[in-house]
Design a protein around this ligand. Structure first.
Ligand SMILES: [Zn+2]
Length: 277
């Protein structure tokens, strides 16, 4: 379990350690989408984002640990929880929603169940990671109606959370993006025929022990959009053992962090190397 209070305490700790903490936007239910920055504003920047899928909330404490330990020179911008409403819904159920009408809406979409442990979407029942303009709506698992997962939205970036991530990314112009998901201990790289700088994924694969795969059939994801529009490396990192439940993964934060401890340093060296030509 990683409560909202735990989240804000982690952000406070980072702030007292010298990191910058800011807000890039607000969720459907008005929760802040926090950002954290460490490193230098000059040179290549890195963007790491997590918990864009509600049930994968464990990735938030994982990337926060990575930010705590990071001391490299490249600027690292971190959005630890892109889908705060979904993460809270997954952890606390209907109690996490104050608005009566919205409570009824998600309950209905969840098939009349109060168990939201497998919910992926935001509070509008849109899956934020299929809401980006990169072959939007062509993914194999896409659905075109509100659902606990895989609903693409009415049009690309129609949700405040995906819009906030998209606009923030355009603003900081990162050279690398890392998207933390759960689970399976694999890394996905590339989009369609584009596979820029495959050596970065290979190096991270070696450091983490995660297998590296081309992401085939993926569409509408943040990583898909980033690779398609920038021709720079965007990686999806799926942390956590497949056999564990999403809830159990919260017990594994330190172990998951340990496997990912070198990832930001590798990216920091990479953005310097490509800047040096
Ligand atoms: Zn995911």
């Amino acid at each position: 379990m990683f409560t909202w209070q735990d989240y804000e305490q982690s952000l406070e700790r980072l702030k007292s350690g010298g990191a910058r903490v800011f807000v890039v936007g607000y969720s459907v239910l008005g929760r802040p989408i926090y950002g954290v920055f460490k490193g230098s504003f000059s040179g290549g920047q890195i963007l790491i984002q997590a918990a864009i899928h509600a049930r994968e909330g464990v990735t938030a404490p994982v990337v926060l640990r990575m930010m705590e330990e990071y001391s490299g020179s490249a600027g690292v911008w971190c959005l630890p929880m892109t889908d705060p409403d979904g993460v809270e819904l997954c952890l606390r159920g209907l109690d996490s929603i104050a608005d009566e009408e919205k409570r009824r809406y998600v309950f209905e979409i969840n098939g009349g169940s109060t168990d939201f442990s497998l919910w992926k979407a935001n509070a509008n029942a849109v899956d934020l990671n299929v809401n980006f303009p990169a072959r939007w709506g062509t993914g194999a698992q896409n659905v075109t109606y509100p659902a606990p997962g895989n609903y693409i939205g009415a049009y690309p970036l129609d949700q405040p959370e995906s819009r906030a991530l998209h606009d923030f990314c355009l603003k900081i112009q990162p050279r690398v993006t890392l998207s933390y998901h759960a689970k399976g201990e694999v890394i996905y790289k590339g989009f369609e025929c584009a596979d820029p700088y495959p050596q970065l994924a290979r190096e991270i694969g070696t450091a983490t022990g995660y297998g590296v795969f081309e992401s085939s059939g993926s569409a509408g994801g943040f990583k898909d959009w980033f690779v398609a529009t920038s021709f720079l490396p965007g990686l999806t990192v799926e942390v956590g053992e497949s056999a564990r439940s999403y809830a159990q993964l919260y017990e594994d934060v330190e172990a998951i962090y340990a496997r990912n401890a070198q990832v930001l340093d590798i990216c920091s060296r990479f953005v310097q190397d490509i800047a040096d030509g």
